[in-house]
Design a binder for this molecule. Structure first.
Ligand code: BTN
Length: 250
């Protein structure tokens, strides 16, 4: 994967722009970075607040040559690469919440949105990554659930340094995903960096369905194993929140 970066001051969404280039036949590695997004998108049709200069808003076009069961691991690759980049460039330690939120001190610092698209030259993925650089990236009422690189590092985030580290790490993990034993290695690395992978009491919401259980590891295609009162269930979509066990005063 050879990145070719296009920079914009303002776009509706870097994912939408990359998808537009993909429809015109752009090659793998076409990437867009914007200072602001006016219609940034998150998972599950949510908006992604994208204040000018307050975040790293980045999307890249991937044209994977992978078996279908490996495609969900593209978001794992993104989480691992972003974790590396934040550590290398800003000394910020992160945790990963399934499927692909990066947390610092239990608050969200980065979101990842991978969208599969059909293009004239085949199925592709637009991988979008949004990193909160300062607390201006998100509305003040999210301060209890969101954080930023500035907040966690106590310094001025260097966007270009983080971007360079991210591209580097993405190329490494993405190339590993294409190797024969890559899926297992990526799941193992992801699991070792996620407090949510195993032994965590969580609630999973998927539309109207709400499940509660203990996490019991990750399948090789990225599904979360959840031990519920009904037995082990494989979770492939939904929102995970940590549940604090009830205190027993006895
Ligand atoms: C989420 O956590 O819900 C995912 C958020 C993804 C946000 C990024 S910012 C760059 C790219 N462009 C978008 O419109 N969304 C992604």
């Amino acid at each position: 994967m050879k990145p070719r970066i296009l920079r914009y001051e303002s776009v509706p969404s870097t994912n939408t722009e990359v998808a537009r280039f993909a429809a015109e036949g752009a090659a793998e590695g076409l990437a867009i970075v914007a200072d602001e997004q006016t219609a940034g998108r998150g998972r599950l049709q949510r908006a992604w607040s994208s204040t000018k200069g307050a975040g790293l808003y980045f999307s890249i076009l991937l044209r994977p040559t992978l078996a279908p069961d490996r495609w969900p691991l593209i978001t794992f690759v993104a989480a691992l690469a972003t974790g590396d980049a934040l550590l290398d460039a800003s000394e910020v330690q992160t945790d990963i919440k399934w499927p692909n939120d990066l947390l610092a001190n239990e608050r969200k610092i980065c979101g990842i949105l991978a969208e599969a698209i059909e293009t004239p030259t085949g199925r592709a993925v637009v991988l979008g990554i949004g990193i909160n650089l300062t607390n201006d990236a998100f509305p003040p009422d999210l301060l209890n659930v969101a954080t930023s690189v500035a907040n966690e590092s106590g310094g001025q985030p260097e966007r270009e340094r983080i971007l360079a580290a991210l591209l580097n790490a993405l190329a490494r993990w993405y190339s590993l995903l294409h190797e024969p034993d890559g899926a297992a290695k990526i799941v193992a690395a992801w699991s070792s960096r996620s407090s949510y992978a195993s032994g965590k009491l969580v609630q999973v919401t998927n539309g109207d369905e709400v499940l509660q259980g203990l996490t019991r590891g990750i399948e090789n295609d990225g599904a979360l194993r959840l031990e519920t009162a009904q037995g082990i269930q494989l979770i492939r979509a939904g929102d995970v929140t940590s549940v604090r066990p009830a205190r027993v005063n006895a």
